[in-house]
Design a protein around this ligand. Structure first.
Ligand SMILES: [Zn+2]
Ligand SMILES: [Zn+2]
Ligand SMILES: [Zn+2]
Length: 141
């Protein structure tokens, strides 16, 4: 099943319409395959879809499991497509908004150990470290 199909079925189950605008949004997100916020998505869609529609559609995309919120930084929510995107964690620059992806086996293992220690069954986790990227550190000095 493609991501688009999955979203269409999700909307159908909720009794919602798969409108051309919603299709444009989901197609863009799947083809883009990078981190985005509402503004970037709005510009990538060349303003063909209203901001209001994007704001209304994002929670649905989240609920359907197609995207996830990476983290919130300076009041801006950063999302990414989950579809065909294996698990990874993030470093985010609080100045320029740059997002760096990383995957570290040791961190993953350590989190599993912590869960085991508390008899906790993990479903998902989101690790995001906020700070200053190399370039922004240079500018600050
Ligand atoms: Zn992780
Ligand atoms: Zn930066
Ligand atoms: Zn990511």
């Amino acid at each position: 099943m493609t991501g688009i199909e999955r979203f269409r079925l999700f909307l159908k189950e909720k009794g919602l319409k798969f409108t051309p605008e919603r299709r444009k949004i989901v197609e863009e997100i799947i083809s883009f395959h990078d981190h985005f916020d509402v503004e970037t998505l709005y510009h990538r869609l060349k303003r063909k879809v209203s901001l209001a529609t994007i704001y209304r559609t994002l929670p649905l995309l989240r609920e359907s499991g197609l995207i996830r919120e990476v983290l919130r930084c300076q009041g801006r929510a950063v999302f990414e497509s989950v579809w065909g995107h294996p698990h990874h964690d993030h470093l985010i620059c609080i100045v320029c908004g740059k997002v760096i992806e990383f995957e570290d086996e040791r961190i993953e293992k350590l989190q599993e150990e912590v869960c085991r220690k508390f008899g906790f069954q993990p479903v998902e986790h989101r690790l995001g470290i906020k700070g200053y990227c190399k370039e922004c550190q240079r500018k600050i000095k």
